[in-house]
Design a protein around this ligand. Structure first.
Ligand code: ADP
Length: 159
């Protein structure tokens, strides 16, 4: 069975992420979307909320599983029996860091392959941090994030 893992912060999930998830799900028997529990960042949404948003947004894609992990991605993948990491690429600016991570992950486990998927051009400018910034100042982000996220985003920003 081919199992892919799409890791990220997903704080919150955007339509750019969902586009990658939908396309990546077609390449694997199972795609695990893995929310990184990163204690050094201070996220807007709790891990539970981020998981809930992803579960709701992906409920119609049969072979997608939503999970969270902390520590090394390669360890998480070993536990899940997965051997491919999926990453999305938006612009050249993503490349340097992703290149470094891909090589480090290969060093940690040579069996693991990282596969990069190009963003769809209509979402290429999207990032979770930009969405949060625009929403914080009351800008409209309709059509860029799932509806369930939209509802809670403005509320979270007011707190
Ligand atoms: P961000 O906070 O930058 O949106 P995440 O850590 O949540 O990032 O992203 C997880 C993965 O999704 C990364 O591989 C990132 O490059 C990718 N990604 C994020 N937004 C997009 C997009 N609009 N199109 C394609 N890939 C994306």
């Amino acid at each position: 069975m081919r199992i892919g893992v799409y890791p990220g912060s997903f704080d919150p999930v955007t339509n750019g992420h969902l586009d990658i998830i939908e396309r990546a799900a077609k390449l694997f028997d199972k795609l695990i979307v893995a929310v990184l529990i990163n204690s050094s960042k201070s996220p807007l949404f709790s891990v539970e909320k981020r998981l809930e948003f992803l579960k709701e947004s992906c409920k119609n894609i049969k072979n997608v599983e939503i999970a969270s992990f902390d520590g090394l991605l390669t360890e998480f993948m070993k536990k899940k029996n997965a051997n491919t990491i999926i990453k999305g690429l938006r612009a050249v600016s993503d490349f340097e860091y992703e290149f470094q991570m891909a090589l480090m992950n290969r060093k940690l486990n040579p069996e693991i392959e990282t596969v990069f998927m190009m963003t769809s051009n209509k979402y290429s400018y999207l990032s979770s941090s930009l969405i949060k910034e625009v929403a914080r100042f009351g800008g409209c982000v309709k059509g860029l994030i799932p509806e369930i996220v939209e509802k809670e985003l403005y509320r979270a920003n007011k707190q």
